[in-house]
Ligand binder design. Structure first.
Ligand code: Q9C
Ligand code: ZN
Length: 340
């Protein structure tokens, strides 16, 4: 059985050129060349990977996770922005004293938390295709046609919460999948992106059906700064179902895998989920321009073996990873070692 790889060519249309960060205009790391590199690498192994286009997603599946207002804002961008125009939110009002109007693009900052995540005419469409990839991968796994599927989600998702976009993310693809399954089953989301998935954590913080575990760069030093500390454990009924493992700059493959073996895997086993969702970022790679860990390509094989050994139906969701020249190889290594 081949590994399904879900991607829609319209996702290439999303081409953020720069971001504002640290008071500077920087080249945007989340380039469409990322998806190109992943696709061309996987296409070289047609006996292993079967590349498929997703069906459109029913927007109700998005709105079980995200507010209508967030979509309304993307709709405003679609209607109001000229073809070549890119809107960067730069005013972020205090939400406790201000209301946002999602029909006005000038209020984009109400629904965003950084200025690295631009809106364009096509944001709504591409974010929907990205979510559609995740959803389609989940449907394939649910149908039991396959035990594992890979969604080439771009834009990524794990920083987006109910009504906030940011961190290059517009809709939370992993959360949309988890939400679909959580009424019937216990779901674990393991987030191995270099950055803490603040959006995913927030969405399921009070939820005992969805266990969220993230391993990431220490937020005292790294984006998203405000969340991802080890004392964030969940609240209410969700208390004890959220785990963060912040690691220091320079963390290498061996140290990383020790955390996986000693902490992450035992927690998953104890929870005994019915479904495993992996928020698979590859910005932990040693050459990543914005990550600060030291993983090498072969460590993605080691990682995949650990998760595959759990023997759970699995949906692998693409998140970050910005060293374009090795991104496809890292993804391919991970997927090919994920033997269920
Ligand atoms: N130029 C994901 O990996 N900007 N998002 C940091 C560095 C935010 C990363 C500034 C990084 C967000 C999905
Ligand atoms: Zn990341």
């Amino acid at each position: 059985m081949k590994i399904p790889v879900i991607f829609h060519p319209r996702q290439f249309v999303h081409q953020p050129i720069y971001e504002w960060a640290f008071g500077e205009k920087l080249v945007h790391p989340e380039t469409s060349r990322r998806a190109e590199n992943i696709l061309t690498t996987l296409e070289r192994n047609p006996e292993i990977f079967s590349i498929q286009i997703p069906n459109a997603i029913d927007v109700n599946n998005i709105h079980r996770v995200h507010s209508r207002k967030l979509t309304e804002l993307y709709k405003a961008a679609e209607l109001d922005l000229a073809e070549d125009k890119t809107f960067y939110p730069s005013v972020f009002p205090r939400r406790d004293v201000t209301a946002g109007n999602p029909r006005s693009i000038n209020h984009a900052g109400y629904y965003s938390f950084d200025s690295g995540t631009p809106l364009t005419r096509t944001t709504k469409e591409v974010a929907e295709w990205s979510a559609a990839c995740a959803y389609e991968a989940a449907m394939l796994v649910e149908s039991r046609k396959v035990r594992m599927a890979y969604a080439l989600c771009r834009p990524p998702g794990h920083h987006a919460s109910k009504d906030l976009f940011g961190g290059y993310c517009y809709y939370n693809n992993a959360a949309i999948v988890a939400n679909k399954f959580k009424t019937k089953s216990k779901v674990v989301i393991v987030d191995i992106d270099f950055h803490h998935g603040n959006g995913t954590q927030e969405i399921f913080y009070k939820d005992k059906q969805v266990l969220y575990i993230s391993v990431h760069g220490d937020p005292r030093e790294f984006y998203p700064y405000y969340t991802g500390h080890s004392n964030e454990c969940g609240s209410g009924l969700g208390e004890g179902f959220n785990f963060n493992f912040p690691l220091p700059r320079g963390c290498d493959g061996q140290e990383y895998l020790r955390v996986i073996d000693c902490s992450v895997i035992p927690l998953i086993k104890k929870f005994s989920p019915d479904l495993l969702i992996i928020s698979a970022g590859f910005d932990t790679y040693k050459e990543d321009p914005i990550g600060a860990f030291q993983l090498e390509t072969h460590h993605y094989a080691d990682l995949a073996k650990r998760f595959a050994d759990l023997n759970l139906p699995s949906v692998i969701i693409q998140e970050g990873g910005y060293f374009v020249d090795k991104l496809g190889e890292n993804v391919s290594t991970f997927l090919q070692s994920y033997k269920l």
